[in-house]
Design a protein around this ligand. Structure first.
Ligand SMILES: Cc1cc2nc3c(=O)[nH]c(=O)nc-3n(C[C@H](O)[C@H](O)[C@H](O)COP(=O)(O)O)c2cc1C
Length: 378
């Protein structure tokens, strides 16, 4: 079966796969550009862009961008999007992932529009005011939800306040990398798994005029993608599999850390953003679990729920500093994110985005999947 095209508002791409936004710095111009060049949707992360172009921002003596304007820098985001589009060479589409929780959310959404993003994907909270910030610009708006209730609330609010509905919705289940839209204990319950949530979100999306539903969180193979598309999804969003690609913007040590992770090394942690965070057990996490508080003060003011460092102090780390350290290749001090399936990457090994997308579109065999398996693995 050839996978169908994906249509979201004015965007039409040949391959119904969105590469999920990964911050800090795991999906920037190189990964997103390569994915778009293949004919899919590449997504750059809007968080911590000051790390990508330190020459454009003010930093402290440790190299950390100072304040939200420098941490989530408009100039750096613009450069990343332009570079991604250049790599894409006019194919596919380039989206921007913006965490609802970041300080200056509205300003960053406007930055993304000015920089020429084709779509904005937004989660870690409900993007209730997103249409207001983009003010009629021709950009597709795609909230990330973890329930039909959340989708209903967004649709009701957007329709009433702005006369607009989401152009698509990402339903993200609790096997995804990074922050989870569920309570810790719910992440393990069968009724909160992606395949259980999918029918009711699909139903809710139909009620609002067939909003395309994109599924995310543990979707692994061509067979999984086919299964969801045959059951009504418009496409999938995937992230963890892209970690083991040459083009992924993470440093080599990041990719090696995921490639050597065992299933039991991938754990859920309390984060200053207020949601469980899925990470790999690395030296800093071991120290944290042993009771060491690694908070070193707040310079970035990166996310509002953290309350200028108050929550970070409680959970024992600053999310911007630790993800920034990982992006800088600091294995000892960084926090390294992975989806629950990260341990399966060993069988994939490091490959190019083109090779991976050939596997995910069923063109070539996938070494990580049993031959002839049509079992869904989410
Ligand atoms: C390293 C990493 C970083 C991530 N960072 C973000 C982020 O900044 N914002 C966001 O909305 N989702 C983030 N995610 C979630 C992905 O965009 C994606 O939806 C999810 O991981 C899909 O599940 P999968 O990894 O099992 O394919 C991240 C995922 C990973 C693996």
């Amino acid at each position: 079966m050839t996978l169908p095209k994906l249509r979201i508002r004015h965007i039409e791409v040949d391959v119904p796969i969105i590469q999920g936004g990964m911050g800090v710095g795991i999906s920037w111009e190189n990964l997103a550009g390569a994915v778009a060049r293949y004919g899919a949707i590449g997504v750059v992360s809007a968080v911590g862009t000051g790390y990508r172009h330190p020459d454009l921002v003010k930093r402290d003596k440790f190299g950390r961008p100072i304040g939200s304007e420098n941490t989530h820098s408009p100039e750096a985001l613009k450069r990343i999007i332009q570079d991604a589009k250049e790599i894409a060479g006019g194919r596919g589409a380039i989206g921007v992932n913006i965490l609802c929780a970041i300080t200056d959310y509205g300003r960053v959404a406007r930055d993304a529009v000015e920089a020429g993003a084709d779509l904005i994907i937004s989660g870690a909270g409900l993007p209730m005011k997103l249409p207001q910030y983009v003010d009629g610009a021709e950009v597709a708006l795609v909230p990330i939800v973890s329930s039909a209730r959340a989708l209903n609330l967004i649709c009701r609010t957007w329709e009433k306040r702005y006369g607009r509905l989401p152009d698509a919705v990402v339903l993200e289940g609790p096997k995804s990398g990074g922050h989870q839209g569920f309570k810790y204990e719910d992440c393990f319950k069968p009724e909160y798994q992606l395949e259980s949530l999918f029918p009711e979100v699909l139903e809710e999306a139909k009620r609002w005029g067939d909003i395309p539903v994109i599924v995310a969180g543990g979707v692994w193979s061509y067979h999984d993608i086919r299964w969801y598309i045959e059951h009504g999804a418009a496409g999938v969003q995937m992230a963890t599999r892209f970690l083991a690609t040459h083009e992924c913007d993470a440093p080599l040590i990041y990719k090696e850390t995921v490639l050597s992770a065992e299933e039991e090394d991938i754990i859920l942690l309390k984060s200053p953003v207020g949601y469980p965070l899925r990470v790999i057990k690395t030296p800093f996490i071991e120290r944290l679990l042993a009771g060491v508080n690694g908070w070193k003060g707040c310079v970035s003011h990166c996310v509002t729920p953290c309350n200028k460092g108050e929550e970070a102090k409680k959970v024992g780390f600053c999310i911007a500093d630790r993800l920034g350290a990982a992006w800088l290749g600091n294995y000892e001090e960084g926090i390294f994110i992975s989806g629950a399936n990260g341990h399966r990457l060993k069988k994939q090994g490091m490959i190019s985005v083109e090779e991976l997308l050939d596997m995910l579109t069923g063109k070539v065999p996938d070494p990580t999947v049993e031959e002839d398996s049509v079992r869904i693995t989410v």
